[in-house]
Ligand binder design. Sequence first.
Ligand SMILES: NC(=O)c1ccc[n+]([C@@H]2O[C@H](COP(=O)([O-])OP(=O)(O)OC[C@H]3O[C@@H](n4cnc5c(N)ncnc54)[C@H](OP(=O)(O)O)[C@@H]3O)[C@@H](O)[C@H]2O)c1
Length: 176
Amino acid sequence: MHVTLFMVQTINGIIARDDYEEDFISEDNWTTLKKLVEEAGGFIIGRKTYEIVKKWKDLSFDNFKAIKIIVSKNKNIKYNKQYILAGSPEEALRVAKASGLSKILLIGGSTLNTSFIKKKLVDKIIINIEPYVLGKGIRIFSEENFESKLKLLMMKKLKSGIIQLHYKIIRHNACV
Ligand SMILES: NC(=O)c1ccc[n+]([C@@H]2O[C@H](COP(=O)([O-])OP(=O)(O)OC[C@H]3O[C@@H](n4cnc5c(N)ncnc54)[C@H](OP(=O)(O)O)[C@@H]3O)[C@@H](O)[C@H]2O)c1
Protein backbone atom coordinates (compact mmCIF):
# COMPACT_ATOMS: atom_id res chain seq x y z
CA MET A 1 0.00 0.00 0.00
CA HIS A 2 1.45 3.36 -1.03
CA VAL A 3 0.93 5.93 1.75
CA THR A 4 1.08 9.69 1.14
CA LEU A 5 1.03 11.96 4.16
CA PHE A 6 -0.69 15.26 3.37
CA MET A 7 -0.49 18.13 5.87
CA VAL A 8 -1.10 21.85 5.97
CA GLN A 9 1.30 23.73 8.22
CA THR A 10 2.65 27.16 9.09
CA ILE A 11 6.17 27.90 7.87
CA ASN A 12 7.42 26.73 11.27
CA GLY A 13 5.68 23.34 11.20
CA ILE A 14 2.49 23.99 13.22
CA ILE A 15 -0.68 22.17 12.05
CA ALA A 16 -3.14 23.42 14.72
CA ARG A 17 -3.27 25.63 17.79
CA ASP A 18 -2.88 24.07 21.24
CA ASP A 19 -6.69 24.20 21.57
CA TYR A 20 -6.97 22.27 18.23
CA GLU A 21 -8.21 25.32 16.25
CA GLU A 22 -7.06 25.61 12.62
CA ASP A 23 -8.38 29.14 12.01
CA PHE A 24 -5.05 30.30 10.50
CA ILE A 25 -5.39 27.78 7.65
CA SER A 26 -7.05 29.03 4.46
CA GLU A 27 -9.96 27.14 2.85
CA ASP A 28 -7.98 26.69 -0.39
CA ASN A 29 -6.19 23.85 1.41
CA TRP A 30 -9.46 21.96 1.71
CA THR A 31 -9.79 21.94 -2.11
CA THR A 32 -6.32 20.34 -2.35
CA LEU A 33 -7.18 17.82 0.36
CA LYS A 34 -10.45 16.73 -1.29
CA LYS A 35 -8.75 16.34 -4.69
CA LEU A 36 -5.86 14.27 -3.28
CA VAL A 37 -8.19 12.07 -1.21
CA GLU A 38 -10.51 11.35 -4.14
CA GLU A 39 -7.55 10.61 -6.45
CA ALA A 40 -6.19 8.10 -3.92
CA GLY A 41 -9.64 6.64 -3.19
CA GLY A 42 -9.28 6.71 0.58
CA PHE A 43 -7.92 8.43 3.68
CA ILE A 44 -6.81 7.59 7.20
CA ILE A 45 -7.29 9.88 10.22
CA GLY A 46 -6.59 9.75 13.93
CA ARG A 47 -9.50 9.56 16.36
CA LYS A 48 -8.91 13.12 17.64
CA THR A 49 -8.89 14.65 14.16
CA TYR A 50 -12.12 12.80 13.38
CA GLU A 51 -13.78 14.18 16.51
CA ILE A 52 -12.56 17.73 15.92
CA VAL A 53 -13.48 17.97 12.24
CA LYS A 54 -16.94 16.49 12.80
CA LYS A 55 -17.79 19.57 14.92
CA TRP A 56 -16.94 21.96 12.07
CA LYS A 57 -19.98 23.66 10.49
CA ASP A 58 -18.82 24.31 6.91
CA LEU A 59 -16.33 21.53 6.05
CA SER A 60 -16.77 17.78 6.48
CA PHE A 61 -14.90 14.61 5.55
CA ASP A 62 -18.31 12.94 5.17
CA ASN A 63 -18.75 14.37 1.65
CA PHE A 64 -15.49 12.92 0.30
CA LYS A 65 -16.05 10.11 -2.21
CA ALA A 66 -13.52 7.76 -0.62
CA ILE A 67 -12.90 4.91 1.81
CA LYS A 68 -12.71 6.59 5.24
CA ILE A 69 -10.67 4.98 8.02
CA ILE A 70 -10.36 6.16 11.64
CA VAL A 71 -7.52 4.81 13.80
CA SER A 72 -8.17 4.33 17.53
CA LYS A 73 -7.17 1.80 20.18
CA ASN A 74 -10.68 2.09 21.58
CA LYS A 75 -13.21 -0.18 19.84
CA ASN A 76 -16.09 1.57 21.61
CA ILE A 77 -15.79 5.09 20.17
CA LYS A 78 -18.91 6.57 18.59
CA TYR A 79 -18.50 7.21 14.87
CA ASN A 80 -20.48 7.55 11.69
CA LYS A 81 -20.79 4.08 10.15
CA GLN A 82 -19.67 5.28 6.70
CA TYR A 83 -16.20 5.23 8.33
CA ILE A 84 -14.23 2.07 9.18
CA LEU A 85 -12.52 1.76 12.56
CA ALA A 86 -8.98 0.29 12.69
CA GLY A 87 -7.02 -0.48 15.86
CA SER A 88 -3.54 0.36 14.51
CA PRO A 89 -1.75 1.82 11.46
CA GLU A 90 -1.09 -1.73 10.19
CA GLU A 91 -4.77 -2.65 10.52
CA ALA A 92 -5.75 0.57 8.68
CA LEU A 93 -3.55 -0.49 5.76
CA ARG A 94 -5.02 -4.02 5.76
CA VAL A 95 -8.52 -2.52 5.67
CA ALA A 96 -7.52 -0.23 2.80
CA LYS A 97 -6.12 -3.17 0.83
CA ALA A 98 -9.20 -5.29 1.52
CA SER A 99 -11.30 -2.37 0.22
CA GLY A 100 -9.47 -2.60 -3.12
CA LEU A 101 -7.11 0.38 -2.70
CA SER A 102 -3.44 0.40 -3.71
CA LYS A 103 -2.74 3.89 -2.36
CA ILE A 104 -4.13 6.00 0.44
CA LEU A 105 -3.79 9.45 1.98
CA LEU A 106 -2.79 9.82 5.62
CA ILE A 107 -4.27 13.13 6.82
CA GLY A 108 -3.29 13.52 10.46
CA GLY A 109 -3.10 14.51 13.11
CA SER A 110 0.30 14.74 14.69
CA THR A 111 0.10 11.59 16.83
CA LEU A 112 -1.06 9.38 13.99
CA ASN A 113 1.52 10.89 11.58
CA THR A 114 4.20 10.02 14.13
CA SER A 115 2.90 6.45 14.56
CA PHE A 116 3.07 5.92 10.80
CA ILE A 117 6.51 7.44 10.24
CA LYS A 118 8.05 5.60 13.22
CA LYS A 119 6.76 2.34 11.74
CA LYS A 120 8.28 3.30 8.34
CA LEU A 121 4.85 3.21 6.71
CA VAL A 122 5.03 6.57 4.85
CA ASP A 123 6.17 6.63 1.18
CA LYS A 124 5.52 10.24 0.19
CA ILE A 125 4.86 13.55 1.95
CA ILE A 126 2.95 16.50 0.49
CA ILE A 127 3.06 19.69 2.55
CA ASN A 128 1.01 22.82 1.93
CA ILE A 129 2.86 25.67 3.60
CA GLU A 130 0.49 28.40 4.71
CA PRO A 131 2.09 31.87 4.80
CA TYR A 132 1.82 32.07 8.57
CA VAL A 133 4.04 31.85 11.65
CA LEU A 134 2.64 30.54 14.94
CA GLY A 135 4.85 30.31 18.01
CA LYS A 136 2.87 27.64 19.86
CA GLY A 137 0.77 24.72 18.72
CA ILE A 138 0.60 21.13 17.54
CA ARG A 139 3.45 20.11 15.27
CA ILE A 140 3.26 17.97 12.15
CA PHE A 141 5.08 15.22 14.09
CA SER A 142 5.40 14.71 17.85
CA GLU A 143 8.86 15.11 19.40
CA GLU A 144 9.97 11.50 19.22
CA ASN A 145 12.96 9.58 17.98
CA PHE A 146 12.78 8.92 14.23
CA GLU A 147 14.33 10.25 11.05
CA SER A 148 13.87 9.84 7.29
CA LYS A 149 15.83 11.00 4.24
CA LEU A 150 13.64 12.72 1.63
CA LYS A 151 13.95 13.71 -2.01
CA LEU A 152 12.14 16.84 -3.24
CA LEU A 153 10.04 15.84 -6.26
CA MET A 154 8.08 19.00 -6.99
CA MET A 155 7.10 22.43 -5.68
CA LYS A 156 4.30 24.72 -6.78
CA LYS A 157 2.62 27.94 -5.74
CA LEU A 158 -1.14 27.70 -5.07
CA LYS A 159 -3.82 30.28 -4.32
CA SER A 160 -3.55 32.34 -1.10
CA GLY A 161 0.27 32.22 -1.29
CA ILE A 162 0.40 28.54 -0.31
CA ILE A 163 3.55 26.67 -1.36
CA GLN A 164 3.07 22.98 -2.02
CA LEU A 165 6.05 20.64 -1.64
CA HIS A 166 6.13 16.99 -2.72
CA TYR A 167 8.73 14.69 -1.18
CA LYS A 168 9.47 11.04 -1.74
CA ILE A 169 10.88 9.14 1.23
CA ILE A 170 14.17 7.64 0.10
CA ARG A 171 15.03 5.93 3.35
CA HIS A 172 13.70 5.65 6.90
CA ASN A 173 16.78 5.67 9.09
CA ALA A 174 17.00 3.40 12.12
CA CYS A 175 15.82 5.10 15.30
CA VAL A 176 18.71 5.52 17.75
N1 LIG B 1 -3.23 21.14 9.45
C1 LIG B 1 -3.51 19.91 9.06
O1 LIG B 1 -3.24 19.53 7.91
C2 LIG B 1 -4.14 18.96 10.02
C3 LIG B 1 -4.53 17.70 9.58
C4 LIG B 1 -5.09 16.81 10.48
C5 LIG B 1 -5.27 17.18 11.81
N2 LIG B 1 -4.90 18.42 12.21
C6 LIG B 1 -5.05 18.80 13.61
O2 LIG B 1 -4.30 17.90 14.44
C7 LIG B 1 -4.89 17.91 15.73
C8 LIG B 1 -5.06 16.48 16.23
O3 LIG B 1 -3.81 15.84 16.29
P1 LIG B 1 -3.51 14.85 17.51
O4 LIG B 1 -2.10 14.45 17.43
O5 LIG B 1 -3.96 15.51 18.77
O6 LIG B 1 -4.50 13.63 17.27
P2 LIG B 1 -4.68 12.56 16.07
O7 LIG B 1 -3.36 12.11 15.58
O8 LIG B 1 -5.69 13.06 15.11
O9 LIG B 1 -5.40 11.38 16.87
C9 LIG B 1 -4.71 10.74 17.91
C10 LIG B 1 -5.43 9.46 18.23
O10 LIG B 1 -5.35 8.54 17.13
C11 LIG B 1 -5.23 7.23 17.64
N3 LIG B 1 -3.92 6.68 17.31
C12 LIG B 1 -2.77 7.34 16.97
N4 LIG B 1 -1.77 6.46 16.79
C13 LIG B 1 -2.29 5.23 17.02
C14 LIG B 1 -1.77 3.91 16.98
N5 LIG B 1 -0.46 3.68 16.70
N6 LIG B 1 -2.60 2.86 17.26
C15 LIG B 1 -3.89 3.07 17.55
N7 LIG B 1 -4.47 4.32 17.61
C16 LIG B 1 -3.66 5.37 17.34
C17 LIG B 1 -5.40 7.33 19.16
O11 LIG B 1 -6.79 7.26 19.41
P3 LIG B 1 -7.39 6.70 20.81
O12 LIG B 1 -6.93 7.66 21.86
O13 LIG B 1 -8.86 6.70 20.60
O14 LIG B 1 -6.81 5.31 20.98
C18 LIG B 1 -4.86 8.72 19.42
O15 LIG B 1 -5.27 9.28 20.65
C19 LIG B 1 -6.22 18.62 15.60
O16 LIG B 1 -6.10 19.94 16.10
C20 LIG B 1 -6.47 18.66 14.11
O17 LIG B 1 -7.28 19.76 13.77
C21 LIG B 1 -4.35 19.31 11.34
